[in-house]
Write a protein that binds this ligand. Structure first.
Ligand code: ASP
Length: 435
C-alpha cells in the first residue's frame, strides 16, 4: 500500500497540529523542563521546513511564469486574445486582493493581542534570521507615490540573478514573463529551450510535493513552540483570521464573478454556477487547479457553451497564473501576522501587500499548498519573521481547498468573458444562459 498519499498527508498534518498544540500547551501550563527542552530541540524540523520553502520559491515562480508565457505560441490573433485574457485576469486578481485588504482592515483579525508580549516571545534568533525589526519595516516603506514608483523601477528592471538572490519577486516575474514572451515569439526555433523549461517546471512541482512531506514534523515543531510561548489567547485571533479569509472568498465568488458575468458577459450567473459545479467539487477535493483543469475545460465547453479555441487558451493559462483565491488569501495572511505583531501597516505598506500578493498568486503553481510556498515572498517584502508562518500553516490546509474553488471559478469566468466578447459562444448551449 502506498504511504505518501494526499489522504495520509492530510491526516499527518492534522495530527501534527493537534499534537504540537497539545505538547506546547502542556509545556506552558506545567513549565516541565524536559518538555520545554524537547520542544526546543525539535525546532530544527521547523527550520528545515521553512528553509526548504524558501529554497524552492524563486525557481518555482520563475519557471512557472516562463513556461506559462512560452507555451502560448500562436498567431497574432491568438496573441491578441492572450493579452486580453491577461488583462482580465489581472483585473480580477486586483479585485480579489482589494477585497482581502478591505476585510482585514475592517475585521482586524490580528488586533487586540498583546503585541509587545508576542514579539518578546519570538526567539531572538528568528528575528535575526529574518533580519527584520519593526524599524526595518518602516525603512522599506516608501514615503510617496513617486518614491514607490522609483522603488519599483529599481526592483523590476534588475539583474535577474540579483532579483533571484534577494527573492525580489517582481523582478523575477517580470524577467520570467519577458523571457517567456520572447520564447513564444521565437516559436519552433525555441522549441528545445521551451521543452527544457517545461521539464524543469514539472520537476519543481514534484519537488513541492516532496517538500510538503516535511510539513508534518515541521508543523509539530513550530506549533508546539507557538503554543508553549503564546497560550490560548491566540485561538480567538486565529478564528477571526479563518473567518476573514472565508468571508473574502465568498464575496469574490458570490459578488464579483456574478457581476462580471452579468454586466460584462451578459451571461446568467445561476446558469454559470449550475454548469461548473462538477469542476468546483473536484477543486474542493483535490485543492489543485492543475488537477481540476481537464474537468474545468470540459464544463466550460460542454455546459457553458464556450468556444473550444477560447477554452483551450484561457483555462490552462488560468490554471497556471490566475489564482484570485490565493491572491486574497496571501494578502490577508500577511496583514494578519503584521497586526498580531503590532506592526503598523500604512497606506504604502498596504500597496506593497497589494502588489506582492498579486505577484505571489501569479507565481503560485496550481498544486496543493502552492500559495503557502509563495507566501514567503509577501512575508519577506513586509519584513515579517518567517517563523510566524507557522500560524498560517496550521489552518492552511482547509483554506487551500476553499481558495482553489475560487481559483478555478475565476478561470471559468475568464473563459466565458473571452468567448462572449469574441462572439464565438456555442449558441446551442449558451442561448439558455443569455441575459
Ligand atoms: N491549491 C491552489 C490551486 O491549485 C494554489 C494555492 O495553494 O493557493 O489553485
Amino acid at each position: 500500500m502506498k504511504f505518501f498519499t494526499e489522504r495520509n498527508l492530510t491526516f499527518a498534518l492534522i495530527g501534527s497540529i493537534v499534537l504540537g498544540v497539545g505538547i506546547g500547551a502542556i509545556a506552558q501550563a506545567t513549565e516541565a523542563a524536559p518538555l520545554v527542552r524537547f520542544i526546543e530541540s525539535i525546532q530544527i524540523f521547523g527550520k528545515l521546513f521553512l528553509r526548504t520553502l524558501t529554497m524552492i520559491v524563486v525557481p518555482l515562480v520563475l519557471f512557472s511564469v516562463i513556461t506559462g508565457m512560452a507555451n502560448l505560441h500562436g498567431t497574432g490573433e491568438v496573441r491578441r486574445k492572450v493579452f486580453k485574457v491577461l488583462g482580465f485576469f489581472l483585473l480580477t486578481s486586483f479585485f480579489a486582493v482589494l477585497i482581502g485588504i478591505f476585510y482585514t482592515n475592517i475585521i482586524q483579525p490580528g488586533a487586540g493581542t498583546d503585541a509587545e508580549e508576542l514579539r518578546a516571545s519570538l526567539p531572538e534568533t528568528s528575528l535575526q534570521a529574518a533580519g527584520e525589526t519593526q524599524e526595518s519595516i518602516a525603512l522599506r516603506a516608501p514615503e510617496s507615490v513617486i518614491d514607490f514608483i522609483d522603488m519599483q523601477i529599481d526592483n523590476i528592471f534588475q539583474n535577474p540573478f540579483k532579483s533571484m538572490a534577494e527573492t525580489n519577486l517582481i523582478g523575477v516575474v517580470f524577467f520570467g514573463l519577458f523571457l517567456g514572451f520572447m520564447l513564444m515569439l521565437c516559436g519552433s526555433q525555441a522549441r528545445s529551450a521551451i521543452d527544457f523549461f517545461n521539464a524543469i517546471n514539472e520537476a519543481l512541482m514534484k519537488m513541492v510535493t516532496v517538500i510538503i512531506w516535511l510539513a508534518p514534523p515541521g508543523i509539530l515543531a513550530l506549533a508546539s513552540n507557538l503554543a508553549m510561548t503564546m497560550g490560548p489567547e491566540i485561538v480567538g485571533p486565529m478564528g477571526k483570521y479563518f473567518a476573514t479569509v472565508c468571508l473574502a472568498l465568498l464575496t469574490h465568488i458570490l459578488i464579483v464573478y456574478p457581476l462580471i458575468l452579468k454586466f460584462m458577459c451578459g451571461y446568467s450567473p445561476i446558469k454559470f454556477f449550475k454548469g461548473i459545479y462538477e469542476a468546483q467539487i473536484l477543486a474542493i477535493t483535490t485543492s489543485s487547479s492543475a488537477a481540476t483543469m481537464p474537468v474545468t475545460l470540459r464544463v466550460v465547453e460542454e455546459h457553458l457553451g464556450v468556444d473550444k479555441r477560447s477554452a483551450d487558451l484561457v483555462v490552462p493559462m488560468g490554471a497556471t497564473i490566475n489564482m484570485d483565491g490565493t491572491a486574497l488569501y496571501e494578502a490577508i495572511a500577511a496583514m494578519f501576522i503584521a497586526q498580531l505583531l503590532g506592526y503598523e501597516l500604512g497606506l504604502m505598506q498596504q500597496i506593497l501587500v497589494f502588489f506582492t500578493a498579486t505577484l505571489a498568486a501569479i507565481g503560485a503553481a496550481g498544486v496543493p499548498q502552492a500559495g503557502l510556498v509563495t507566501m514567503v515572498v509577501v512575508f519577506n517584502a513586509l519584513g515579517l519573521p518567517l517563523e510566524w508562518m507557522a500560524l498560517i500553516i496550521v489552518v492552511d490546509r482547509p483554506l487551500d481547498h476553499l481558495r482553489t474553488v475560487v481559483n478555478i471559478t475565476g478561470d471559468a469566468t475568464g473563459a466565458v468573458y473571452l468567448s462572449t466578447s469574441e462572439g464565438d459562444m456555442n449558441p446551442e448551449i449558451s442561448s439558455a444562459a443569455e441575459i
